[in-house]
Design a protein around this ligand. Structure first.
Ligand code: SAM
Ligand code: SF4
Length: 325
């Protein structure tokens, strides 16, 4: 799969639901409940979708949401994908609310890379941002992931002025990764249609944090051809790494290798593309696989060069829970 700018597409972020049990202030401050959602892609439709995509060159799927692990058939979906030989990597992004109980099931299903969202290592601040009381079970779950031997364990933390502008916040994460092989990814807050004022109040650039790290002796890691959008830093005294996802202070679109599909089967060629293209009618049966592949290729021919966030665009995404952040 090549787009018009010769970018090779090998990575899908698949949202399994837009429902979530957390109410992160930058994402779903009012929450999102099952009552508003039905007709999600089922296991068979997902199987047809990924079979077609892997034949086109897809190698990695990340399950995301909303909170993907809320689905009752989550493990069935993960196991089905984990058993697909053509898929090199099955990854998960989760808020980790039941990670302490389920990490082993995720591992056995074939998930090899896991990203847990944890914006603060301070319990009270975590609760303020997420409205969740799961802080300690998430930490416990991360320890289990480390002992189970996942290939990659990462923490996603959104950079927010009221949460981590304080230098102590960076030090808490540094202490945490001193002896743990965890990559912390600080993500610059992205503007969404529902969060325009929030963005104005809370955005902080990653550059200040990068400067602090450099002063503490951290060095930037060499970029490999399959490195994602994060700029990564390492330090000889630390087991873990620190990465930054910086859509504003350093645009990474030229290396984009990904597409997104919503829980209702709409293909988005960019996180910020205003409209998805529905693939649903071609997912019911494997007989329509060729048509499905053609439709996917046709969509890719419209993939835009950049998200144009710097031009002030926020896209029409109300928030990221429907197509997975
Ligand atoms: N519920 C899961 C979780 O929180 O990990 C998966 C879905 S969540 C939408 C995926 C990622 O998007 C999370 O790491 C979250 O922090 C990030 N995210 C959500 N809204 C964002 C925003 N406006 N800017 C930057 N990152 C955002
Ligand atoms: Fe839920 Fe994830 Fe959005 Fe937080 S970031 S509200 S956990 S979907």
């Amino acid at each position: 799969m090549l787009d018009p700018f010769d970018r090779k597409i090998t990575y899908l972020r698949l949202s399994l639901t837009k429902v979530c049990n957390f109410r992160c202030s930058y994402c779903l401050p009012e929450g999102e409940h099952w009552g508003k959602v039905n007709n999600l892609l089922n296991v068979t439709e997902i199987k047809h979708l990924i079979q077609a995509l892997t034949e086109l060159g897809l190698r990695k799927v990340r399950l995301t949401g909303g909170e993907p692990t809320l689905r009752k058939d989550f493990l069935e979906i993960a196991t089905m994908l984990g058993n697909m030989p053509s898929l090199k990597t099955l990854a998960l992004t989760s808020n980790g609310y039941q990670l302490d109980k389920q990490a082993i099931d995720y591992f056995n299903a074939g998930i090899s890379a896991i990203n847990i969202s944890l914006d603060s290592l301070n319990e009270k601040i975590f609760e303020r941002v997420t409205k969740s009381k799961k802080f300690y079970s998430i930490l416990n779950g991360i320890e289990q992931c480390l002992s189970l031997g996942f290939d990659k364990v990462k923490i996603n933390a959104v950079l927010l002025k009221s949460v981590n502008a304080n230098p102590l916040a960076l030090d808490e994460f540094l202490n945490f990764i001193k002896d743990r092989a965890v990559s912390v990814r600080f993500i610059e807050l992205m503007k969404t249609a529902d969060g325009l004022n929030y963005h104005k109040d809370e955005f902080i650039s990653a550059q200040t944090f990068i400067q602090q790290l450099l002063q503490k002796g951290w060095v930037e890691c060499e970029r490999l051809p399959d490195s994602g959008p994060a700029k990564e830093f390492k330090h000889p005294d630390y087991c873990g790494r620190i990465g930054f996802i910086t859509p504003y202070s350093n645009v990474f679109c030229s290396q984009c290798n990904r597409i997104r599909i919503s829980s209702l089967g709409e293909l988005h060629t960019c996180l910020f593309s205003s409209q998805g293209v529905s693939l649903r009618e071609l997912l019911h049966s494997s007989n329509t696989k060729d048509e499905l592949k053609q439709k996917i290729q046709a969509c890719l021919s419209h993939k835009e060069k950049s998200h144009f966030l710097l031009e002030g665009k926020s896209g029409k995404q109300k928030h990221f829970s429907s197509i997975g952040g």
